[in-house]
Design a protein around this ligand. Structure first.
Ligand SMILES: [Zn+2]
Length: 236
C-alpha cells in the first residue's frame, strides 16, 4: 500500500501542526498576558495602599504639629500672666499653675505622638519605594508579554502556512484509502493515528504485542493495526 513507509513522517508533521495550533489558541486567549496584567494590578493596588497610609500619617503629623504650636503659644501667654504680677489672688495663681502644668503635659504627649508618626513614616518610605519598583517591573513584564505574544502569533501564522503546504504535498504520497483511515483515526486517538512498533511494543499505547500477533502482523499485506489501541502500526 502506497505511503506506509512515510506514515510516521506524516504523523510527526501533524503532531507538530497540532502543537503549534494549541500554542496559538493559548496566545489568542491571552492567558499569559492576563496573568501579567493581574500581577501589575496587584502591585499597583499595594502601592496605592501604602500611599494612602503614608498620606494619613502626613495628615496626622501636620495636625500634631499645629497642636504643639498652639499649645506652645498658650503656654507662653499663661507663663507671662503668671509672672507679670497681674494676678495676686493665691487661688487664681494655683489654678494658673495647674493650667500651665496641664498644657505642658498635653504638649509632651503630642510631641511623643508626633515622634511615633515620624518613625512610622520612616518605616513606610522604603516599603513604598520597593512597591514602586515592583509596579515598574510588573508594567515592563506586561508590555513585554503583550509584545512577545503579537510577535509569536506572527511567527506562528507563517510557520503554520509552511507546514500545511508541506502536509498537503506529503498527502500525495499516500493511497487514498490509507490517508482516509489515518484522518478518521486521528481525532479518535488524541491526534495520534500511527505509531511505530519497537521491540514488539506499540509506541502509542505502550502495550507489548504477543509473538503470535507480531508474526501475524508481519505477514499482513496492507494496513497493520495495533491489537490493543487499533492504531496503524509500522515496523521500525
Ligand atoms: Zn497500540
Amino acid at each position: 500500500m502506497r505511503g506506509m513507509d512515510r506514515l510516521l513522517e506524516l504523523q510527526e508533521l501533524d503532531t507538530s501542526i497540532d502543537r503549534i495550533e494549541h500554542r496559538r489558541a493559548q496566545l489568542e486567549t491571552g492567558e499569559e498576558l492576563s496573568a501579567a496584567r493581574k500581577g501589575l494590578e496587584e502591585a499597583e493596588s499595594q502601592l496605592g495602599e501604602l500611599r494612602l497610609a503614608s498620606d494619613a500619617v502626613d495628615a496626622s503629623s501636620r495636625r500634631l504639629e499645629n497642636e504643639i504650636d498652639s499649645l506652645g503659644a498658650k503656654l507662653v501667654a499663661e507663663e507671662k500672666r503668671m509672672y507679670d504680677g497681674t494676678i495676686v489672688n493665691v487661688k487664681e495663681l494655683e489654678a494658673l499653675q495647674h493650667e500651665i502644668a496641664s498644657l505642658k503635659e498635653r504638649r509632651a504627649r503630642a510631641e511623643d505622638e508626633l515622634l511615633e508618626q515620624m518613625e512610622r513614616r520612616e518605616d513606610m518610605d522604603p516599603r513604598a519605594a520597593q512597591a514602586a519598583k515592583e509596579v515598574d517591573a510588573a508594567r515592563a513584564r506586561a508590555e513585554e508579554v503583550g509584545g512577545d505574544a503579537i510577535r509569536e502569533l506572527d511567527e506562528i501564522a507563517a510557520g503554520l502556512e509552511a507546514k500545511r503546504a508541506e502536509r498537503e504535498a506529503l498527502g500525495e504520497a499516500f493511497d487514498e484509502e490509507l490517508l482516509e483511515l489515518y484522518d478518521d483515526l486521528r481525532p479518535q486517538k488524541h491526534g495520534v493515528a500511527a505509531a511505530a512498533i519497537v521491540d514488539g511494543v506499540c509506541q502509542a499505547c505502550h502495550e507489548k504485542l504477543s509473538a503470535v500477533e507480531l508474526d501475524k502482523l508481519k505477514h499482513t499485506e496492507g494496513v497493520k493495526r495495533c491489537e490493543y489501541c487499533r492504531r496503524i502500526v509500522v515496523f521500525d
